[in-house]
Design a protein around this ligand. Structure first.
Ligand SMILES: Nc1ncnc2c1ncn2[C@@H]1O[C@H](COP(=O)(O)OP(=O)(O)OP(=O)(O)O)[C@@H](O)[C@H]1O
Length: 268
């Protein structure tokens, strides 16, 4: 499996085909508490899929199941399958570290390494995981910062501490850090919730740009944001997937009453 995923990464040669995710009968627990129930969802390649729903409905849990982060919490457990390009990331012999390299994550709070420079924050992953050094590493850092729309703002101060950046810049730095591992899929858990409106707009534009090369799953509380950036949207309630579909369709003609109640602001 690892080999098959590795072969997918040679995107620098040609435009990537993109990685689809197929979530099949996924259940997740925190100890005895079940947080997700029989989730079945397909995430198409090179697209943005938004996960929406009221607080506690399981959005973050699901996104953390998609790169095997959920199981890192004590007592947390997953059953079911997540198929990435035909291979189950929970299959026998699959190394979670390798899954996380190919399915990257950006968190709600920008979390750059505070004692490291801007350059080091992006370089450290590929240096340790891909064994890159010297000019190849520098090229990858520059490319990742460019992809994250941050290069122009930081190219003259790459060796300043990451903490000298604004919150919005720090979040784009975290996106650059994730991209530097050359993932196929980018998971984003409320990536704009700690940002001001201008930084939010920049990150939203960035997401729209990045979907040309990456499959993106974004958790958001903000329905307007889902409507602006997502091709498809999935609505969750109490750990169940209630409805998913093309974003505009879901917002204008929801099939389920629960979805309609949520998007019309009747609860949540
Ligand atoms: N570490 C944990 N230990 C125990 N239960 C947890 C833990 N994290 C989340 N839960 C519970 O699992 C359920 C789903 O939580 P989750 O964080 O996935 O929801 P969410 O939709 O992302 O919520 P929010 O929008 O508030 O971030 C909730 O009932 C929550 O209380």
């Amino acid at each position: 499996m690892d080999q098959a995923i590795v072969e997918q990464t040679s995107r620098s040669v040609s435009r990537p085909a993109g990685m689809a995710l197929s979530i099949e009968q996924l259940n997740a627990w925190y100890g005895r508490k079940q947080a997700l129930f029989d989730i079945n969802l397909t995430v198409p390649p090179l697209s943005v899929t938004a996960l929406i729903g009221p607080s506690g409905c399981g959005k973050s849990t699901l996104v953390r199941c998609l790169n095997r982060l959920h199981e890192t919490l004590p007592g947390a457990r997953v059953e079911g399958r997540v198929i990435a390009n035909g291979l189950d990331i929970y299959g026998r012999g699959i190394r979670p570290m390798n899954v996380r390299r190919h399915i990257g994550m950006v968190f709600q709070q920008p979390n750059p390494l505070p004692t490291r420079s801007i350059f080091e924050n992006v370089a450290i992953g590929p240096r340790l995981n891909l064994g890159l050094h010297g000019s190849r590493l520098k090229e990858l850092v520059e490319r990742s910062l460019q992809q994250a729309a941050l290069w122009e703002e930081v190219k003259d101060r790459l060796h300043s501490p990451a903490t000298s950046l604004s919150g919005g810049q720090q979040q784009r730095l975290c996106i650059a850090r994730a991209l530097a591992l050359e993932p196929e899929v980018l998971l984003m858990d409320e990536p704009c919730s700690a940002l001001d409106p201008i930084s939010t707009l920049q990150v939203e534009e960035l997401i729209t740009y990045l979907k040309r090369q990456y499959t993106i799953v974004v958790v958001t509380h903000n329905m307007q944001q889902a409507a602006r950036i997502a091709d498809r949207t999935a609505f969750f309630l109490h750990g169940h997937l209630i409805e998913e579909g093309e974003t505009q369709q879901l917002f204008t003609h929801p099939r389920k009453k629960e979805t309609e109640d949520y998007i019309s602001g009747r609860f949540g």
